[in-house]
Design a binder for this molecule. Structure first.
Ligand SMILES: Nc1ncnc2c1ncn2[C@@H]1O[C@H](COP(=O)(O)OP(=O)(O)OP(=O)(O)O)[C@@H](O)[C@H]1O
Length: 340
């Protein structure tokens, strides 16, 4: 069984508010004039402790820039990014409050895993012995004395996680931690992040692929073009997935009449020498089948085509129609859920 990341749950020692990550009216514009890039645009969201939150958006959506602002590595053009109500620069012992792994960390290839951590231990203010503790947490004890240069990508990701855990922080900000992991590595990461959240920590994990984190996260914050497009528990996102039914008949006129009589919303219709095919929304196959049977309409196909979560994610983050390269600061698409 996967050991918990620490033996002392943080939930009893740290008040909830100290672990809340909050982004308010956060905006970052890089450059100025015609070449300005609005990487983050009036972004608002909150990440709660005791849960794993997926911070999702396509490449270039502004995830890394937001995380960098939370870590005080980039200053906002306006708005605030805080952990426990404080900007990173105002936190007294930051490594004991926020653990962060941004992009693939660079390791000195000649150093052993243990030495890598021992270099960081004094900066964080923990004893050398903490290196072995965090190596054990991420399952790297057996390779503690091996040089990092020979590590696989998965081992490097684990070492990066171990580094973030040195100060036993209650808040973890992880940028694409599943990147490049094989299915076994992803399964391990899932269990590990869930254990961290179970201890009462705040875990924010960015990804540009929802399916990568779908089985890990409790909540989702989805951004596109620097703006919030959706924030909710994962279950609410699933409710946005609309049911679809594909129905085909060799008698196009009869199918037209059936669809009109049913009053169903039509997502798509195709006509050809073999008749017509409709894709209907928010209806199920028994309802369409029963109506066709009742009206005596011959069907050649009747098939459910449910929309998966990934489709909802793509729909939410798709560029507005006709805007392949949206200009800096372009307005976000309409929110499907009215999220704030
Ligand atoms: N230092 C910078 N100078 C200029 N533009 C930048 C800078 N950093 C980021 N950007 C731009 O800001 C936008 C958001 O980038 P960011 O890296 O935050 O997105 P992301 O969602 O993390 O994407 P990815 O998944 O590809 O890492 C992009 O258009 C990027 O090119």
């Amino acid at each position: 069984m996967q050991p918990g990341p620490t033996s002392t749950p943080t939930s009893t020692s740290t008040p909830d508010d100290d672990r809340t990550v909050r982004v308010e009216h956060l905006t970052k514009t890089f450059g100025s004039g015609p070449h300005a890039v609005r990487a983050v645009d009036d972004l608002n969201f909150e990440v709660r402790p005791g849960r794993v939150t997926g911070f999702l958006g396509p490449n270039g959506a502004g995830k890394t820039t937001t995380l960098r602002m939370l870590l005080g590595l980039v200053s906002p053009t306006s708005g605030t990014a805080t952990v426990g109500g404080r900007r990173y620069a105002e936190i007294a012992r930051p490594a004991h409050v926020v653990g962060a792994a941004l992009e693939a960390a660079s390791f000195h290839p000649g150093r052993t895993a243990r030495d890598h951590l021992r270099v960081f231990a004094p900066q964080v203010g923990v004893p050398d012995t903490r290196a072995d503790e965090v190596l054990a947490l991420v399952g790297l004890s057996a390779v503690a004395q091996r040089r990092v240069g020979g590590f696989s990508l998965g081992m490097r990701q684990r070492l990066a996680l171990a580094t973030t855990l040195l100060g036993d922080p209650p808040v973890l900000l992880l940028d694409e931690p599943a990147n490049g992991l094989d299915p076994e590595g992803i399964a391990w990461l899932r269990g590990f992040l869930r254990a961290l959240a179970h201890e009462g920590r705040t875990v924010l994990v960015s990804s540009h692929v929802l399916s990568e984190v779908e089985q890990t996260v409790d909540d989702v914050v989805i951004i596109a073009r620097g703006r919030l497009v959706h924030a909710s528990p994962l279950g609410e996102l699933a409710r946005l997935a609309r049911r679809r039914v594909e129905v085909a008949s060799p008698d196009a006129a009869a199918l037209d009449a059936l669809v009109a009589a049913g009053g169903w919303a039509v997502d798509d219709v195709r006509r050809g020498p073999d008749g017509a095919t409709y894709v209907l929304l928010d209806v199920d196959t028994p309802a369409v089948g029963a109506a066709a049977f009742g009206a005596g309409v011959e069907l050649h196909r009747l098939q459910a085509r449910d929309v998966g979560l990934e489709d909802v994610f793509l729909q939410l983050t798709a560029p507005p129609p006709g805007a392949e390269q949206p200009p800096a600061g372009a307005p976000a698409p309409a929110r499907l859920d009215g999220a704030a």
